[in-house]
Design a protein around this ligand. Structure first.
Ligand code: PEP
Ligand code: MN
Length: 354
């Protein structure tokens, strides 16, 4: 059996522990064992002085553990393996390095900086930003072509025209290109022009889109949803990987909390947590993570110190007149200064800036 198939089969296994109540009768224990066997589990019984514990191996991952918790005599039920397998660290303990054109690698020793405007607004705007971020040392140009805006009356992006401009600007300034794909119908044109397909926070659980991206052979940068747990983020990555596309890069971009000072709360701890749970590279987006340009640099510095593999940063040549996310877009000189700071911080944690 090919390795991926046997891993997928293993992904469908759900080892778990069923701890019976101290007061559980032998009859109740037998009923639980019978129930587990009927569900397809192999059961290993451990009878302690006070409590019986059942180890169950072999059913499918879509099994709902609450069914067991409701059986009489059951105290607790715990899954002892993660519900994602291909995205889990044990699938590739050495870590994944996503290899891009021009020798750019995400997940290796070098931290890759992706920067550019929130949206592509015009050729002049995009080329000005591209030149400035390239000169400062970014390796990837960002820019939204199809924009997921909270209001239908806000600028929605230039669409296909923007994707082509991104490619042109990227080629001119030796930058790779990343842009967001919002729906399945946009995949062909995006895949033809960009190097990395971005899935936005609002689409993290658009499972139809994720499945289609599993069929594409281009890296996908998957952003964490605004109210998504890290387990949910990894399960979304699993959708893409289950289709055969293993080139997935994750991204923390801030989550919604009760704090209102910042647009979102940048969860820096997501970086080391993802590195423990998963082999996939982890990006930090301090622009959406804070929503304020005065807080972007400190969070970018913290993200590099915390071990991120890449940064995604909004930079606009004329941020005060940006058509989207101007308040969180760095002025070019702020970006240059930040890059200089990151070149000092990265070596302290065994990295360099690509
Ligand atoms: C973006 O990067 O342009 C974007 C819309 O980000 P998010 O999906 O994180 O809101
Ligand atoms: Mn934006």
């Amino acid at each position: 059996m090919p390795k991926a198939d046997s891993q997928l089969l293993a992904a469908n296994q759900l080892p778990m522990i069923v701890a019976m109540q101290e007061s559980a009768s032998e009859e109740q224990i037998q009923q639980v064992i019978e129930h587990l066997v009927k569900m397809g589990f192999e059961v290993h019984r451990s009878t302690g002085v006070r409590q019986t514990v059942l180890g169950a191996v072999g059913a499918r991952a879509d099994f709902d553990i609450r069914e067991l918790e409701l059986l009489s005599g059951v105290d607790q039920v715990h899954r002892i393996s993660a519900p994602y397998k291909l995205a889990g660290r044990s699938f590739r303990p050495e870590g994944t390095i996503v290899k891009l054109p021009n020798g750019v690698e995400i997940g290796g020793n070098k931290v890759v900086v992706m920067a550019g405007p929130c949206s592509v607004e015009s050729r002049e705007q995009l080329f000005a930003a591209a030149e400035q971020v390239a000169n400062a040392g970014a390796r990837v140009l960002r820019g939204g072509a199809f924009k997921p805006r909270s209001s239908p009356y806000s600028f929605q992006g230039l669409g296909e025209e923007a994707v082509k401009l991104l490619r042109e600007a990227g080629d001119k300034f030796k930058l790779l290109v990343i842009s967001e794909v919002m729906e399945i119908s946009q995949i062909p044109v995006m895949a033809a022009y960009v190097d990395i397909l971005q899935v936005g926070a609002r689409n993290m659980q658009n499972f139809n889109l994720l499945r289609e991206l599993g069929k594409v052979r281009k890296p996908v940068l998957l952003k964490r949803g605004i109210a998504a747990t890290l387990e949910e983020l990894l399960l979304s990555a699993e959708y893409i990987m289950a289709g055969g596309n293993y080139e997935v890069i994750l991204c923390e971009r801030g989550i919604r909390t009760f704090e209102t000072y910042t647009r979102n709360t940048m969860d820096i701890s997501a970086i080391p947590i993802i590195h423990k749970l998963s082999h996939l590279p982890m990006t930090a987006d301090p622009s959406h993570g804070t929503g304020r340009r005065d807080k972007v640099a400190p969070m970018a510095r913290a993200a590099v110190a915390a071990g991120c593999d890449a940064l995604l940063i909004e930079v606009h040549h004329d941020a005060d007149h940006a058509l989207s996310d101007g308040a969180q877009s760095l002025y070019p000189e702020q970006f240059r200064k930040l890059m200089d700071e990151l070149r000092i911080i990265a070596p302290a944690v065994g990295r360099t800036i690509a």
